[in-house]
Design a protein around this ligand. Structure first.
Ligand code: UDX
Length: 432
């Protein structure tokens, strides 16, 4: 099939490259000339393991094209995916749909034959109805169908999540069109992936409800971790013991700092605002938003206690600053609060992250980036493990740190408390 992906961000580029890898001809469109020029010169603007080779392979075999020319790409394509951002609006915490609606308008001007228009961007329930209204101002409804096909890609695992999804969700009120989407996804369905279809609003709701539930699960285990600390219970045992119940499931039960990223914070706010506009109070998700936001400072303030309120001039090393491993994304990462907090208290901070130096910390005095773990930890009084990158999972602290009274604050529970005690490291973790 001929496909047009509008938006070459994290969803559009990954999905476009993977659709091309399934044998389709894919036009990835973006209005950002710099981005398109970079992509055409082989530069991938996002950090996503495995994406580089898929883009290169399909670009070279001419299945994957990058262009600013939306008009032509829409005209030659059978299916057009809207993959532009839906950031939190500054006004009222709802999803800002202006980019989506602008693209819908542009598409409507270029419908030269029947088109399937698919929203892959995360949009509040009923957005498909609004897109349909915008397009039918320019074209008869006989010439297009608006479908919801949300993505469930995790940053750092996006290529794998596209290729081996737990399920593909398609929402459309027209069975014939559902069949076409089923045909597009056939190579994945043949490998055992479940193709689930419902109506358009159903698919829109599934996306938000899924993300909000995952955020709830994380906040839930984070609060249980607080309780475990007071009762000397090991949260890791609780997560494992709970997860063995198939109704609960073991994933997304790892206690840690507050959840971050671009999706959970944005989608939890958006679903509660949309529900409020329908006079429905999603009180649990609102509580999750509050709990998660409180958690950030709750865990940061522990550093005062660990250093007996003497942070000034202390050498603090932070390992990992991204919101999760295998990405360079800093959005809503706890480190964005933690480093300025420690800096303000007079700490001398060194940080290392495998995804590289972060501009956001450049303006902070006494904060420096180190290019490796050993150099970063050498003179530390306190090492904080913030992001669970694989390379932080087997550090010999006694060997690489000169300070005999070294303290380690492990925000991801990567190490065993007993083993750290045995080697004489003052070890602090979460929920244990
Ligand atoms: C999420 C959803 O998982 C994905 O399906 C959706 O399409 C986009 O949003 P993403 O935000 O990329 O994906 O990463 P995810 O792996 O879900 O982690 C989100 C946050 O939750 C991170 O801050 C992570 O550290 C935290 N988390 C995750 C936990 O604290 N504990 C866990 O057990 C899992």
């Amino acid at each position: 099939m001929k496909i047009c992906m509008v938006g070459t961000g994290y969803v559009g580029l990954v999905s476009g490259a993977c659709f091309a890898d399934l044998g389709n001809i894919v036009y990835c469109v973006d209005k950002d000339k710099k981005k398109i020029d970079k992509l055409n010169s082989g530069e991938i603007p996002i950090y996503e393991p495995g994406l580089d080779e898929i883009v290169k392979k399909n670009y070279q075999s001419n299945r994957l094209k990058f262009t600013q020319n939306l008009s032509n790409a829409v005209k030659v394509s059978d299916i057009i995916f809207i993959c532009v951002g839906t950031p939190t609006s500054k006004k009222n915490k709802s999803a800002d749909l202006s980019f989506v609606f602008n693209v819908a308008k542009e598409i409507s001007k270029n419908i030269n034959k029947f088109k399937i228009i698919v929203t892959k961007s995360t949009v509040p329930v009923t957005t498909g109805d609004k897109i349909e209204k915008i397009i039918s101002k320019k074209r008869s409804k006989k010439l297009f169908e608006v479908v919801s096909n949300p993505e469930f890609l995790r940053e750092g695992d996006a290529v794998r999540d596209f290729r081996f999804p737990d399920r593909i969700v398609v929402g459309c009120n027209n069975k014939k069109i559902i069949k076409k989407l089923e045909f597009l996804y056939e190579p994945l369905i043949k490998k055992g992936c479940i193709f689930f279809s419902t109506n358009r609003r159903g698919a829109e709701m599934i996306k938000y409800a899924s993300n909000a539930f995952l955020a709830t699960k994380i906040s839930y285990i984070n609060e249980i971790a607080n309780f475990c600390e007071k009762t000397k219970v090991n949260i890791e045992d609780v997560s494992l013991g709970m997860g063995l119940d198939k109704r609960i499931g073991g994933r997304f039960l790892r206690a840690g700092p507050a959840y971050g990223g671009s999706c959970f914070p944005k989608d939890t706010k958006a679903i509660t605002v949309t529900a409020d506009s329908y006079k429905t109070n999603l009180s649990i998700i609102k509580a999750v938003i509050k709990s998660n936001s409180n958690r950030r400072m709750l865990l940061i303030k522990r550093i005062d206690k660990i250093l007996s309120n003497k942070i000034k001039n202390k050498k603090i090393t932070v390992l990992g600053v991204t919101f999760k491993p295998n990405t360079d994304d800093m959005r809503e990462s706890t480190s964005l609060l933690m480093l300025p907090y420690l800096n303000k208290k007079g700490a001398k901070i060194t940080y290392y992250d495998p995804s590289g130096e972060k501009n956001v910390f450049n303006k902070l005095k006494n904060v420096s980036f180190s290019h490796n773990i050993i150099h970063a930890c050498l003179k530390a009084d306190l090492v904080i493990i913030h992001t669970e990158w694989d390379e932080f999972k087997s550090i010999d602290f006694k060997k690489i740190c000169k300070n005999k009274n070294l303290k380690v604050y492990d925000m991801r529970n990567l190490y065993s408390s007993d083993k750290m005690k045995k080697i004489g490291v003052n070890y602090y973790s979460i929920g244990r």
